[in-house]
Design a protein around this ligand. Structure first.
Ligand SMILES: [Zn+2]
Ligand SMILES: [Zn+2]
Length: 196
């Protein structure tokens, strides 16, 4: 039986992008989620670039001036550091993405804001495969208005492509009654889990 399984080892579909792993046929879908060579999509509106998470990082670095104009604040940060996220919640859905670069591992974190009837939903994702090399992260978001704070803590989902739909879980919801004007300012902290 084991021999049969061994004989179904095939090359990772990302071989053309540099993955040298041989994977059992039935493990391919799992491997693709974890493969460091899996192709990630650029989150910028109107850009159809795809590349490995490290190439995408470089892509945003080199083209930050163009992408910045479109929608994002592509500056860097270090883990476990608090920083402010400022978003305009009145612009079109697809524009409501705020991207931060993480210096050490060359990762991109995206803060997305979705306007719904019952408030705005904020979520944080990392544009990368679920690979051990990438690591796992958690985030802490907080929004303060009139002395009241709304906070949310979740693990950061690692995605090859950002979703254009609001998440079903792991989000912070701010009711419209607690929003003040078009600008939303939140405090975000991203931490690495299980440090090696
Ligand atoms: Zn692979
Ligand atoms: Zn791009």
């Amino acid at each position: 039986m084991e021999r049969v399984l061994e004989s179904t080892l095939i090359r990772c579909p990302n071989a053309e992008f540099g993955c040298t792993k041989m994977v059992s046929n039935w493990k391919i879908p799992t491997h693709l989620k974890e493969c460091t060579r899996s192709q990630c999509s650029c989150p910028a509106l109107g850009c159809d670039y795809t590349g490995s998470y490290e190439d995408l990082y470089k892509h945003l670095f080199h083209f930050s001036s163009i992408h910045h104009v479109i929608f994002m604040f592509c500056t860097g940060f270090s883990c476990a550091e608090n920083f402010d996220v400022r978003m305009n919640i009145k612009v079109k859905d697809k524009n409501k993405i705020y991207v931060k670069r993480e210096f050490k591992k060359h990762l991109l974190f995206a803060v997305q804001c979705f306007s719904e009837a019952d408030g705005v939903y904020i979520t944080v994702s990392c544009i990368a495969p679920s690979a051990p090399e990438v690591g796992e992260f958690s985030y802490h978001l907080s929004y303060t208005v009139d002395g009241n704070a709304i906070t949310h803590e979740s693990t950061v989902k690692r995605l090859l492509e950002l979703s254009s739909k609001r998440p079903e879980e792991s989000y912070m919801r701010i009711p419209h009654s607690l929003l003040r004007g078009e600008r939303l300012v939140m405090e975000l902290c991203i931490k690495m889990l299980n440090k090696e």
